[in-house]
Design a protein around this ligand. Structure first.
Ligand SMILES: Cc1cc2nc3c(=O)[nH]c(=O)nc-3n(C[C@H](O)[C@H](O)[C@H](O)COP(=O)(O)OP(=O)(O)OC[C@H]3O[C@@H](n4cnc5c(N)ncnc54)[C@H](O)[C@@H]3O)c2cc1C
Length: 451
C-alpha cells in the first residue's frame, strides 16, 4: 500500500483525502492540528439554534461545492432572498446589481443613490474612454478606478471585496480576485460588457440545510483523521518518501509517508517546506492574511420583525467609518435558519479587514456592543439579543496581492521538483469554497499519479 499523508483537515485537506480514498491501493491519513476538523467551516449553537459561524454560503455558479455536497447526500439549498443593501451616508440603500462592483444597470445604479451625480457621470462616460491594455497585473482599484472612477471603487468594489477577501481594492490583484472584470476589458468598455451579460435565473449562491459546516463533518466520516496532531516538520527519508514530525518537541512522533499533501494555510506550509522546497517556502511566507471576527446574535423573532424577511443583509464601505463591515440577516437569507429558530431570529455581523486588526483587539463583549450599536444605527433594531457568540478567525483569509498568479505558478514549479508532494487550499487559486475544493481535486490528481 502507498501511504499518503494529508496535512490539514479544512475543506481542502478533507477533499483531497476523500478523492484519494477511492483508490484501494492508497492508505490515506489526515493529520489536523486543531481538536476538530473543518478549518474555517464551523457551526455553533447560538440561542439554541445551530448556525454557521465561519463560511456560510458557497458560489453555486461554479460546480465544485454543490457537487461535493450532493455527492455526500447533504441537502443543498439556495438563499430565500438575495436582495442586499449598502449602508452609505447613514442610510441603507439598495445594492445595485454589479459584476464585482462594475454596475450592470446604470438606471438602477442612479436610482440607488449610491453615487454622487459626478460619480455617476464618470461611469456614464466610461464607454468613450480608450480601451485599457493590461500587460501585467494591477490592483483592483487601479483597474476599476481608471475606468469608472474612485467612487465606484470606494462605494461598490471595496465593500464587496471586504466581504469576500477581507481585503482592500488598492492592494488586491485584479487578475487573481476579479478575473471576470479583467476579461470584460476585451470588449473595450466595462459598462458595456457588464450590460451585455446574459440575465439568468440560476442562483448565484448555495448553502446546506443545517450549515455549510456540515460539509467537512460529512467528508471526515469516511476518512482516517487524527485531530490534535500538529505537523511540525516535513523531511525526506534517505530510503525515499517523507517523514513527518508530529507532537511536542519533548515527545516527537515520526510518521512515514510515500506522498504528502500540504492543505494548510501559507504560513505553516512555508515552515514545513523550508528545507524541501525553499523557493516555494519563501514565496508562501510572504503571503499576508487578514483576521476577522463573526458576531452571531440571536434576537426574539418579534424584536427582529422590523427587519422584515425581504433583505438578506447589508455591506458597509470602509469610507463609512463604521466598526462592522457587513451584516447577514441569516433568518431572512436561509429558510432553514428561520425554521430552526422558531421564535428566535439569528443574524450576524462581520468585522476585520486586512491590516486593520486593531478593531479585533477588543474583548468579545465589546465586539458584541459595537455590532449592536452599528445594527441599531443602520436598521433601528434596538432590542437586546437573547444570546450572542463571537468567533474569531485569526489569519482567516489570504490576501492575493498584485502578481499573485505568477507567485502561485512559481510555487507550483518549485513543488513539482519534489516528486510525491502537492499543496492546495485557500492560499492558491481562490478563497471561496468551490475554488478551494478545485485546488484539492488538482492536488489529489497530482499525488494520485506520482510514481
Ligand atoms: C469568517 C470567514 C467567512 C468565510 N465565508 C465564506 C463564505 O461564506 N463562502 C465561501 O466560499 N468562503 C468563505 N470563506 C473562505 C473559506 O471558508 C476558506 O477559504 C476555506 O474554508 C479554506 O479552506 P482550507 O482547507 O484551504 O483552509 P483551512 O480551513 O484554514 O484549513 C486548514 C487546516 O489546517 C490545519 N493546520 C494548520 N497548520 C497545521 C499543521 N502544522 N499541522 C496540522 N494541521 C494544520 C488548520 O488547523 C486547519 O484546520 C470564509 C472565511 C472566513 C475566515
Amino acid at each position: 500500500m502507498t501511504r499518503v499523508v494529508v496535512v490539514g483537515a479544512g475543506i481542502a485537506g478533507l477533499t483531497v483525502a476523500h478523492d484519494l480514498a477511492r483508490d484501494p491501493d492508497l492508505d490515506v491519513l489526515v493529520l489536523e492540528g486543531a481538536p476538530r476538523v473543518g478549518g474555517k467551516l464551523l457551526t455553533a449553537e447560538v440561542g439554541g439554534v445551530s448556525v454557521d459561524v465561519g463560511a456560510e454560503a458557497m458560489l453555486a455558479r461554479r460546480p465544485e461545492g454543490v457537487a461535493l455536497a450532493r455527492e455526500l447526500g447533504l441537502p443543498v439549498v439556495h438563499p430565500a432572498t438575495t436582495s442586499s443593501r449598502l449602508w452609505l451616508g447613514g442610510e441603507l440603500r439598495p445594492l445595485p446589481r454589479s459584476v464585482l462592483g462594475v454596475p450592470v444597470d446604470l438606471d438602477q445604479l442612479a436610482a440607488s443613490g449610491v453615487l454622487t451625480p459626478a460619480g455617476l457621470n464618470r461611469v456614464r462616460a466610461e464607454p468613450s474612454l480608450p480601451p485599457t491594455e493590461l500587460a501585467g497585473d494591477v490592483s483592483v482599484a487601479e483597474l476599476v478606478g481608471s475606468r469608472l472612477g474612485a467612487e465606484v471603487v470606494d462605494r461598490l468594489v471595496e465593500p464587496l471585496l471586504g466581504g469576500v477577501y477581507a481585503g482592500h481594492a488598492r492592494a488586491l490583484s485584479a487578475r487573481a480576485t476579479v478575473p471576470q472584470v479583467v476579461s470584460m476589458l476585451d470588449r473595450g468598455s466595462l459598462v458595456e460588457a457588464a450590460a451585455a451579460l446574459p440575465v439568468t435565473d440560476t442562483p448565484v449562491f448555495a448553502g446546506i440545510e443545517g450549515g455549510v459546516g456540515r460539509l467537512p463533518l460529512a467528508l471526515a466520516e469516511g476518512l482516517t483523521v487524527r485531530t490534535g496532531a500538529t505537523v511540525r516538520e516535513l523531511r525526506r527519508r534517505a530510503e525515499g518518501g517523507f517523514e513527518l514530525v508530529v507532537g511536542s518537541a519533548a515527545a516527537p512522533e515520526l510518521i512515514a509517508a510515500d506522498r504528502v499533501v500540504l492543505a494548510t494555510p501559507a504560513a505553516p506550509t512555508a515552515r514545513l517546506l523550508a528545507d524541501l522546497a525553499p523557493t516555494a517556502a519563501a514565496e508562501l511566507a510572504a503571503v499576508e492574511y487578514a483576521s476577522m471576527a463573526i458576531v452571531t446574535l440571536a434576537f426574539r423573532a418579534a424584536d427582529a420583525a422590523l427587519l422584515g424577511t425581504d433583505v438578506s443583509g447589508f455591506l458597509v464601505p470602509p469610507v463609512e467609518g463604521r466598526t462592522i463591515k457587513a451584516s447577514t440577516f441569516s433568518f431572512a437569507k436561509w429558510d432553514w435558519v428561520r425554521a430552526a429558530g422558531g421564535d428566535v431570529a439569528v443574524l450576524r455581523t462581520s468585522l476585520g479587514r486586512h491590516r486593520e486588526e486593531a478593531v479585533l483587539q477588543a474583548a468579545d463583549d465589546e465586539l458584541v456592543t459595537a455590532s449592536l450599536a452599528d445594527l441599531k444605527a443602520a436598521t433601528g433594531l434596538a432590542a437586546t439579543p437573547v444570546a450572542s457568540q463571537v468567533q474569531r478567525w485569526g489569519g482567516g483569509l489570504p490576501q492575493y496581492a498584485v502578481g499573485h498568479l505568477d507567485k502561485v505558478a512559481r510555487i507550483r514549479t518549485a513543488i513539482a521538483e519534489v516528486p510525491g508532494l502537492a499543496v492546495c487550499g485557500a492560499a492558491y487559486d481562490g478563497v471561496g469554497i468551490p475554488a478551494v475544493i478545485a485546488s484539492a481535486h488538482r492536488a489529489a490528481a497530482e499525488v494520485g499519479q506520482a510514481e
